[in-house]
Design a protein around this ligand. Structure first.
Ligand SMILES: C[S@@+](CC[C@H](N)C(=O)[O-])C[C@H]1O[C@@H](n2cnc3c(N)ncnc32)[C@H](O)[C@@H]1O
Length: 399
């Protein structure tokens, strides 16, 4: 992350505009000043952190990073040139090589937003693609389909991105994530095929399997009308377990096969074949949407208003509160004073997919930057947030 350290900074008189960089307004607490910065319609916080030796470190806030690191770099340069004296600079780490990095990584999405923005038309998803042989094969044979590969193991992502590039395949988007989270942010009926090939069987710890009731419900939700889920595994237990999970649907269709050769064989498959293990295929489709039961409202703060007295109480009573529900949490990380309101930095949502947001509370209340994903854990956390704010952090007044 580009940053620099400086002995002192000049008075921050905002708004300030130079070239395409706009430093619009700021919010601060005892340790940090956040500067709301805009470059070409993208907004993020520059962070000025007061160090113990009374110097300042200036960098981008890690939870509001712009899509292009050059935007951040340019903003830091402007800040350095107009709000610092050259002789006060202690050190600088700006170096960002404009080498092949951007090109090299264009097949990788670094967050769900980036991934979702690339989705147009048909999509297949491959979960845990490993060495990527099957994923690359699908991309080659389905040039009109975007093949989304989701892996938790980062080196596999870099490796497969390189292979795809060397094979001139551009209909691929790879993301590092737990597959279960990826499904939860996809639109309903948007996927044609989901491949799960040779998942770790976890025969002794079945609760660690990708396949579970929730996962099957999410498959049913995201798969389109003729969409299909495909499992290929060397584990009979996994095959049987998956079949039983999908049998909970009212009219599922199945295709079951044993020891069928595919045109492409993965590294794992080669290994099991050498050991003469059986290979099982289970295809599932016609999954009813009986599970569309989650009728979620959007994040709605329109019923909340705050007067000057509320803001005084919120500031006075603020604490690093953490609240936990069955499947979600809400943590108040920091509070900053802005000119006409307060800014809360919060972490919240599902335990395995925390979101970090800044919320502005003034006359009205709103998310700064992007809204979080509309998944039920986030919505529950926001309902809790409303209560905390309504009762000015007095947890005795709400459950
Ligand atoms: C046994 S390997 C199989 C790899 C590949 N499908 C093949 O057939 O060669 C299982 C892969 O799934 C990945 N994986 C495990 N759990 C996952 C999850 N929850 N989400 C995404 N990938 C996962 C692992 O990192 C690993 O690469």
């Amino acid at each position: 992350m580009p940053n620099f350290k400086v002995k002192k900074i000049k008075d921050l008189i905002l708004p300030f505009k130079k070239d395409e960089v706009e430093l619009e307004w700021m919010a601060e607490n005892n340790n940090v000043i956040l500067i709301y910065t805009k470059v070409n319609e993208e907004s993020f916080f520059l962070q000025v952190k007061k160090e113990k030796d009374s110097s300042f470190v200036i960098k981008g806030d890690k939870h509001t990073k712009p899509s292009k690191i050059a935007y951040l770099q340019k903003s830091l340069q402007i800040f350095r040139d107009y709000f610092c004296n050259h002789e006060d600079i202690i050190n600088e780490a700006f170096a960002f090589k404009h080498n092949a990095l951007i090109e090299k990584t264009s097949l990788i999405a670094y967050d769900f937003d980036q991934l979702l923005s690339k989705i147009k038309g048909k999509i297949y998803i491959e979960i845990g693609f490993g060495s990527g042989r099957h994923l690359l094969y699908q991309a080659k044979n389905n040039p009109d389909t975007l093949i989304i590969g989701v892996e938790i193991y980062n080196p596999a992502i870099t490796q497969v991105a390189k292979l795809a590039k060397s094979q001139n395949l551009s209909n691929i988007m790879l993301i590092q994530s737990d597959a279960r989270l990826l499904l939860s942010v996809l639109e309903s009926n948007s996927v044609e095929k989901i491949f799960l090939h040779f998942p770790v069987p976890w025969d002794k710890k079945p609760h660690r399997r990708v396949i579970a009731k929730n996962f099957c419900q999410e498959c049913a939700r995201v798969l389109g009308k003729n969409g299909r889920f495909e499992l290929r595994t060397d584990s009979y237990e996994y095959f049987d377990f998956t079949l039983k999970q999908f049998l909970h649907f009212s009219t599922p269709k199945f295709s079951l096969r044993k020891n069928e050769d595919l045109e492409i064989s993965s590294k794992y498959e080669d290994r099991w074949k050498r050991q003469n293990k059986d290979i099982f295929d289970l295809w599932v489709w016609n999954l009813d949407s009986a599970y569309d039961e989650l009728n979620l409202d959007d994040f709605d703060f329109s019923d909340m208003t705050f007067n000057a007295n509320d803001l005084i109480l919120l500031e006075k009573n603020f604490k690093n509160l953490t609240l936990k529900g069955d499947d979600y949490f809400l943590h108040f990380e920091n509070l900053y004073q802005a000119k006409e309101g307060l800014i809360f930095k919060i972490a919240f949502g599902a335990f395995n997919k925390p979101e970090h947001s800044y919320i502005y509370v003034g006359e009205k209340i709103e998310f700064l930057f992007k809204k979080p994903f509309r998944i039920k854990e986030n919505l529950k956390a926001m309902e809790k947030l409303k209560k905390v704010l309504k009762f000015h952090f007095d947890t005795a007044l709400f459950s």
